[in-house]
Design a protein around this ligand. Structure first.
Ligand SMILES: Cc1cc2nc3c(=O)[nH]c(=O)nc-3n(C[C@H](O)[C@H](O)[C@H](O)COP(=O)(O)OP(=O)(O)OC[C@H]3O[C@@H](n4cnc5c(N)ncnc54)[C@H](O)[C@@H]3O)c2cc1C
Length: 375
């Protein structure tokens, strides 16, 4: 099914007699397979409202992310949360949609400074499991009615409703950027360097470490953005703060900086390498413990160490190895057999699982929206 209007979408859900597998551009791994009827929102496309002066953008859920980014770029603005493109890592084709970005709460390296996708989301329209259209939040930043429902939809992966429209606050693109790179640090020292940088007043907007970085050897990467003069000053001061960890190289060429952070954002280092890929969310100071506990074939630390990407042998459940380290491990890339064996999302403790179940029962009483995708 490929409804072209929100009313058609509502009718499709209301008339459904069985499970629905919801897709936007189909570039991220949904798991409602089997007997589920495909429901694509790709035809619900277009930027409905963009007010650069009010830093507000409203788009239909099936709008390609690239279109949203192009519309914003034409006015010197952007989505601050730097959404990852999963295509290369997952080997998927198609066009990432803005609805898919919201449904999976896809947020990139800038999350440490600018927040996640859900933090920029100010309004949603969606169709619940009964086929009712629900509108929550507003098109202007100061309107925070229904705040919680907007936040709830971000990351709910289509299990509570089919998004038809999303509203964002957007931000101006900075004039300049710089990236400091430290070479040869071990993981624990690197995370100390990232913490020192993040604790400084120099407004770091990217803090990542790769034991095998874009150049092949260990690289610890820090980004600052803003007015050109401020970037120059802060880069120099940050180098002084980090001098205890060794000499750093400052990259200022925009293309090179964009390539580094795309490499981190899209986990490009794992894209053409074999094995399962896990995404582990922990306290930044626990990042190196995760790396040490796993004996992984590949590691990448983002968000100052709080987000660890690990590439491991196919079919291995890493969760038992992380016992005692509070956090969540999500299986992002694996074969269908492994996916059938190991849950994608961290199993939730009883009370939380009961809350999620109650929410699903409320929004989707017939359990037809992406069943099985999130437990
Ligand atoms: C109806 C419903 C059911 C859900 N069911 C599940 C489920 O079964 N399992 C599950 O894992 N999630 C579940 N979620 C939450 C969902 O997985 C996340 O919202 C989604 O994965 C988006 O992740 P994120 O970008 O917020 O990731 P992250 O920010 O990486 O967070 C992923 C998880 O890690 C936790 N986390 C983040 N930072 C830290 C830290 N420093 N220390 C410890 N923990 C941290 C977060 O609280 C979050 O739960 C559910 C959400 C809804 C709405």
């Amino acid at each position: 099914m490929r409804p072209e209007t929100e009313a058609e979408l509502a009718a499709a859900v209301a008339d459904a007699t069985g499970p629905l597998a919801i897709s936007g551009g189909g570039t991220r791994d949904g798991r409602a397979g089997g007997a589920a009827m495909p429901l694509s929102v790709a035809a619900l496309s277009g930027v409905d409202l963009y007010e650069p002066g009010a830093l507000t953008l409203v788009a239909r859920a099936g709008t390609p992310l690239a279109e949203v980014e192009a519309v914003l770029a034409a006015e010197g603005q952007r989505l601050a949360f730097e959404p990852m493109d999963h295509r290369h890592l997952l080997g998927t084709a198609g066009e990432p949609t803005i609805g898919g970005v919201v449904a999976a709460n896809v947020s990139g390296p800038r999350r440490i400074q600018a927040g996640a996708c859900r933090d920029a989301l100010i309004g949603v329209r969606f169709v619940d499991g009964r086929g009712d259209v629900i509108r929550n939040g507003g098109r202007v930043m100061k309107n925070v009615t229904g705040y919680d429902l907007v936040k709830l939809m971000a990351g709910s992966r289509g299990t509570l409703g089919v998004l038809s429209e999303v509203s964002f606050k957007v931000l101006p693109k900075p004039e300049a950027a710089a990236t400091l790179v430290l070479h040869g640090l071990d993981d624990a020292t690197a995370v100390q360097a990232l913490s020192a940088a993040l604790a400084s007043p120099f407004e770091v907007s990217g803090a990542a470490h790769a034991p095998a970085g874009p150049g092949g050897a260990a690289e610890t990467m820090l980004r600052i953005e803003g007015f050109a003069e401020s970037v120059r000053y802060r880069a120099g001061r940050l180098q002084a703060v980090l001098a205890q960890f060794g000499d750093s190289h400052v990259e200022t060429a925009p293309d090179a900086i964009a390539a580094i952070w795309r490499w981190v954002r899209d986990v490009e280092g794992f894209a053409d390498a074999p094995g399962d890929v896990w995404r582990i969310s922990v306290k930044p100071s626990d990042g190196p413990r995760v790396g040490a506990a796993l004996g992984a074939d590949g590691l990448l630390y983002d968000w100052g160490g709080g987000l660890v990407w690990a590439r491991v042998a196919p079919g291995r459940d890493i969760r038992p190895d992380l016992t005692g380290i509070p956090g969540h491990a999500t299986l992002v890339r694996a074969s269908a057999e492994t996916q059938a064996k190991i849950p994608m999302f961290q199993p939730e403790p009883g009370p939380l699982a009961a809350m999620a179940q109650a929410l699903r029962a409320k929004f989707d009483p017939r359990n037809i929206l992406n069943p099985g995708v999130m437990g």
